[in-house]
Ligand binder design. Structure first.
Ligand SMILES: Cc1cc2nc3c(=O)[nH]c(=O)nc-3n(C[C@H](O)[C@H](O)[C@H](O)COP(=O)(O)OP(=O)(O)OC[C@H]3O[C@@H](n4cnc5c(N)ncnc54)[C@H](O)[C@@H]3O)c2cc1C
Length: 384
C-alpha cells in the first residue's frame, strides 16, 4: 500500500485546488442561496480534462486512475459539494456510454460529453425504487425500430439542466433485475418532460428532479447495451461512484475543519482564544482524525480498484465511513463556531446541510453496511 501520492498526482491536485479555490469556492455561497446551477463552469472544467475522467483518450477523454479521480473530487468537494456531485454523475454517465456504447453512440455523444459541451444525468431511482433499485417500473415497450417509454424517474441529479439522460427502464415485466434496459435519451425528445424540482435541505446548486415519460418514442439505436443488461450497466458504476462520494465528503469535512480551526484561534472567550480550551482542542483533534482516516480509506479503495483487486467492500467502507465522518465533522464545526456556525455568514451550516445527503445517496449507509457484512460474513449475513 502506497503512503504518498506520485509527483504527477500532487501536480494535478494543486492545479485542481487552485481552480476550485479561485473559480468555485468564492461563488458557492451565492449559488446555494439562489439555487443557481453554474453551467458556465462546465466548459472550463472540460478544458482541464475533468469532464472526461472515465473516457479513453481515443474518444476525446482525459482518463485518470480512480486514485487520481479521488484526489480531484476531494478538491472540488472542498470548494463546493454541489459542483462535485453533478460533475461526478456526469463523468459516470460519459464513462458508461464510452464503455457500453456502440461506435455510433460513442461518436454521437461521448467526445462532446468529455469536453464538457454536453452534460449527462443518471436516471435509475423511482418513487418506490431507491435502495431497491431492481424494482424499477418505468416501462420501455418495443415497437418496431423504436422503444416507447412510459413512467417517471425520481431524484435525478441535473434534471432539467442535463443534455443526455441515461435512463434505466423495464423492458420485461417478469424478469426482475434482468428485465431492465438502459437508454440514452436526449433533452427535448418528444414525450419526455422534466417534472417537479425538489426543494432540498442542501446541495441547492445541484438540481435534483423528476423525469416524466409519456409515450416517449426513442429509436432502438439509443439503447445502451443489450436488452436486459440495464441493471448490470448501472451497477457497474457503483464501486467507483461510492469512492467518489467518499472523496467528496472528505473534501467537505476538510473545508469545515479549516474554517473551525481558524475560527477557534481567533475567537476570544474568557480572555483567551477558544482554541486554548481543551474542550475545543479535543473536538478539533477528533475532527482531524476522522478526516485523515476517511482519506486513507478512500485512497485504499481507489488503489484496489486501480489494481484490479476486489474493491466492493472497501468502496462501501470508504463511502460509509467518510460520509458518516463528514456529517460528524461538519456538525462539530458548527459547534466550534457557536452562534456564528448557525448562520449563513459562515459556510459551515451549508457544509452540514450539503453533506447529509452523502449518507443517503449512492447507496444509503445502511446498504453499505449490508455490503460490508456480506463480504465479511458470507452466507450467514444473507440469511433471514
Ligand atoms: C440529492 C439526491 C440526489 C440523487 N441523485 C440521484 C441520481 O442522480 N440518480 C438516481 O438514480 N438516484 C439519485 N438519488 C436517489 C438515491 O440514490 C436514493 O435516494 C437512495 O438510493 C435511497 O433510496 P430512497 O430514497 O428510496 O430510500 P429508501 O430505499 O426508501 O430507504 C429509506 C431508509 O431505509 C433504509 N433501508 C432500505 N433498505 C434497507 C435494508 N434492506 N436494510 C436496512 N435499511 C434499509 C435506507 O438505508 C434508508 O435509511 C438521489 C437522491 C438524492 C437525495
Amino acid at each position: 500500500m502506497f503512503l504518498r501520492l506520485s509527483d504527477e498526482q500532487q501536480e494535478i491536485r494543486d492545479v485542481v485546488r487552485k481552480f476550485a479555490r479561485q473559480k468555485i469556492a468564492p461563488q458557492a455561497e451565492r449559488w446555494d442561496e439562489e439555487a443557481y446551477f453554474p453551467r458556465e463552469i462546465l466548459e472550463p472544467l472540460g478544458e482541464m480534462g475533468l469532464t472526461g475522467l472515465l473516457v479513453p483518450e481515443a474518444q476525446g477523454g482525459s482518463p485518470q486512475s480512480r486514485l487520481t479521480g479521488a484526489v480531484i473530487y476531494e478538491e472540488v468537494g472542498q470548494a463546493d459539494m454541489s459542483t462535485a456531485v453533478w460533475l461526478a454523475v456526469h463523468n459516470m454517465v460519459a464513462g458508461l456510454i464510452a464503455r457500453f456504447g456502440d461506435e455510433a453512440q460513442r461518436h454521437r455523444w461521448v467526445t462532446r460529453m468529455a469536453t464538457g459541451e454536453l452534460l449527462g444525468a443518471f436516471c435509475l431511482s423511482e418513487a418506490h425504487a431507491g435502495s431497491d433499485a431492481a424494482n424499477v417500473r418505468c416501462a420501455a415497450r418495443r415497437d418496431g425500430d423504436d422503444y416507447v417509454l412510459s413512467g417517471t424517474k425520481f431524484w435525478v441529479t441535473s434534471a432539467g439542466v442535463a443534455d443526455i439522460y441515461a435512463v434505466f427502464a423495464r423492458t420485461d415485466e417478469g424478469t426482475g433485475a434482468r428485465g431492465v434496459t438502459a437508454f440514452i435519451i436526449e433533452k427535448d425528445t418528444p414525450g419526455f418532460q422534466i417534472g417537479k424540482r425538489e426543494r432540498k435541505m442542501g446541495l441547492h446548486s445541484s438540481p435534483t428532479g423528476e423525469l416524466v415519460f409519456e409515450q416517449c418514442r426513442v429509436p432502438a439505436a439509443n439503447r445502451l447495451g443489450a436488452e436486459g443488461d440495464g441493471l448490470k450497466i448501472a451497477l457497474s458504476s457503483l464501486d467507483g461512484g461510492r469512492i467518489n462520494i467518499g472523496a467528496i465528503t472528505t473534501g467537505v469535512a476538510q473545508a469545515a475543519f479549516d474554517v473551525a480551526a481558524r475560527y477557534a484561534q481567533e475567537r476570544q472567550a474568557f480572555g483567551k482564544p477558544i482554541a486554548g480550551f481543551e474542550g475545543i482542542q479535543f473536538l478539533l483533534a477528533d475532527m482531524a482524525m476522522k478526516i485523515e482516516a476517511s482519506r486513507l480509506l478512500v485512497y485504499q479503495a481507489a488503489f484496489k480498484m486501480d489494481e484490479g483487486e476486489p474493491a466492493s467492500m472497501y468502496a462501501a467502507m470508504a463511502k460509509c465511513f467518510a460520509s458518516d465522518s463528514a456529517m460528524a465533522v461538519t456538525t462539530d464545526a458548527v459547534q466550534v463556531l457557536g452562534g456564528a456556525g448557525y448562520v449563513r455568514d459562515w459556510p459551515v451550516e451549508r457544509y452540514m446541510r450539503d453533506v447529509k445527503v452523502g449518507q443517503i445517496f449512492e447507496g444509503a449507509n445502511q446498504i453499505q453496511r449490508i455490503v460490508i457484512a456480506r463480504a465479511l460474513l458470507g452466507n450467514v449475513a444473507t440469511m433471514g
